[in-house]
Design a binder for this molecule. Structure first.
Ligand SMILES: CC(=O)N[C@H]1[C@@H](OP(=O)(O)OP(=O)(O)OC[C@H]2O[C@@H](n3ccc(=O)[nH]c3=O)[C@H](O)[C@@H]2O)O[C@H](CO)[C@@H](O)[C@@H]1O
Ligand SMILES: C=C(OP(=O)(O)O)C(=O)O
Length: 419
């Protein structure tokens, strides 16, 4: 079993360059199949989710070529193969092939998505959207069959501003006949990035980034070149770790506007953050006071940063409560942090953290992607060596994490150990 080992207690100093957004990239790759010629994505992060989507493009007989961080997807000879085996259940975003294949071929057969378990993650809103556009849906033995004689634009109200449902409906509607209006659409920056790619391919989408997205269907989409936005969650993770372990760390290649909720809350705790156009400088390792955090949809505090923030609170003075309004069961990291000496109680969808606690190195498991990030941060400040198992979760979303940390003075390495 591969583990990540961290020798804690080394003050961090230097620059971390943030890669492009996982949650954009994993939508942009399936979107590319809607074109009839090559789509080039600039700045693709080296993460396992991207590799898995590449395998799915190849299952569909598409060409998938990465040259450094530039990805070319050529969908010219695409075949509508059922995606029920292979990478489909290795990641959440595989479900974007539902919308993309439905949009392109009016039919898709696809297995259920994987991704982190964070509590129930139903896809009823995605299916409701496809039905509104004219698709018939049948489900059997872990796979979903979507079929439409034709797709017709519709008005679709989402009961919850779901990122996944908004994206999937956009992908299915972009070539539908007439106008689709998504009401109570998700407003996350990754939705805007997707709309920009699709519009570059010839789509007609207005309102992305607001609660009402209007999609006028077009008959053809062509290849284009698109630069992916920076990863606000990777950025937020490094900002958080710099707050507890950094002397002075520059987090570069970001859009600070996407991180306003986080930056405001960290400042409330007493963290020194200097904001510039495309980077921030964090001067950490100072006294912090505990605050409460509550996650919500964008522009609120991202649920994907909630677990790293729990680690931060273990170093602040007082009691802080972290409430996750998006996912009911995203607290497995808390039990691992307690093994390292933290004092955290989980109650319903909240974690109550009493700090400050002295953390000590221990053997822990990354139960999901951001739990992994929360344990890496804990390892950086703990006394002694921390060993983190289930590294595959971390590799779904953080590119070159050891190099990025070692470059700013950490001591992080991988080892194969017997279980
Ligand atoms: C690949 C990707 O981009 N993943 C992100 C995406 O996940 P994902 O797209 O799965 O998240 P959603 O925004 O869809 O889910 C938010 C909430 O809505 C509920 N829901 C969602 C769909 C549905 O059909 N029915 C339903 O009830 C979910 O259970 C959850 O409680 O947005 C989340 C919320 O910002 C992030 O944590 C994930 O990192
Ligand atoms: C929950 C996440 O990812 P996914 O939706 O891909 O499981 C995440 O990025 O934190």
């Amino acid at each position: 079993m591969e583990v990540i080992k961290i020798e804690g207690g080394r003050p961090l100093k230097g620059t971390v360059r943030i890669d492009s957004a996982k949650n954009s990239t994993v939508a942009l790759i399936p979107a590319a199949i809607l074109a009839d010629s090559s789509v080039i994505l600039e700045g693709v992060p080296q993460i396992v989710d991207v590799e898995h989507l590449g395998m799915m493009i190849e299952q569909l007989n598409g060409k998938y070529e990465i040259d450094n961080d530039e990805l070319t997807i050529d969908p010219t000879h695409l075949i509508n193969t059922p995606l029920v085996e292979g990478a489909v259940n290795k990641l959440r975003a595989s479900y974007y092939f539902m919308g993309a294949l439905l949009g392109k071929f009016k039919e898709a057969v696809i297995g259920m998505p994987g991704g982190c378990y964070l509590g129930p993650r139903p896809i009823d809103l995605h299916l409701k959207g496809f039905e509104a556009l004219g698709a018939t849906i049948t489900q059997e033995a872990g796979s979903i069959h979507l079929k439409a004689e034709k797709l017709t634009g519709a008005k679709i109200y989402l009961d919850f501003a779901s990122v996944g449902a908004t994206i999937n409906i956009m992908l299915a509607a972009v070539k539908a006949e007439g106008m689709t209006v998504i009401e109570n659409a998700a407003k996350e920056p990754e939705i805007i990035d997707l709309a920009n790619l699709l519009n570059g391919m010839g789509a007609n989408i207005k309102g992305a980034g607001t609660g009402e997205i209007r999609i006028q269907g077009v008959t053809e989409l062509h290849g284009t070149r698109h630069a992916i936005i920076p990863d606000r969650i990777e950025a937020g993770t490094y900002i958080t770790l710099a707050a507890v372990a950094g002397d002075e760390v520059k987090i570069d290649n970001i859009i600070p506007h996407h991180l306003e909720a986080l930056i405001a809350k960290l400042r409330e705790m007493g963290v020194d953050i200097e904001v510039h156009t495309d980077h921030v400088i964090v001067r950490g390792r100072k006294e912090m006071k505990a605050v409460d955090f509550k996650t919500s949809t964008y522009p609120g505090l991202a649920t994907d940063l909630q677990q790293p923030l729990v680690t931060l609170l273990t170093q602040a003075t007082g009691v802080g409560m972290v409430t996750d309004t998006i996912y009911s069961d995203r607290f497995k990291n808390c039990f691992e942090l307690n093994k390292m000496g933290a004092n955290i109680k989980v109650q319903g969808n909240s974690a109550i953290v009493q700090g400050p606690s002295k953390l000590s190195g221990a053997r822990v498991k990354a139960t999901d992607l951001r739990a992994g990030a929360s344990l890496v941060i804990a390892g950086l400040i703990a006394d002694g060596v921390t060993e983190i198992g289930n590294t595959y979760h971390i590799d779904r979303g953080y590119s070159n994490i050891e190099d990025k940390l070692n470059n700013i003075g950490a001591k992080v390495w991988r080892e194969d150990v017997t279980e």
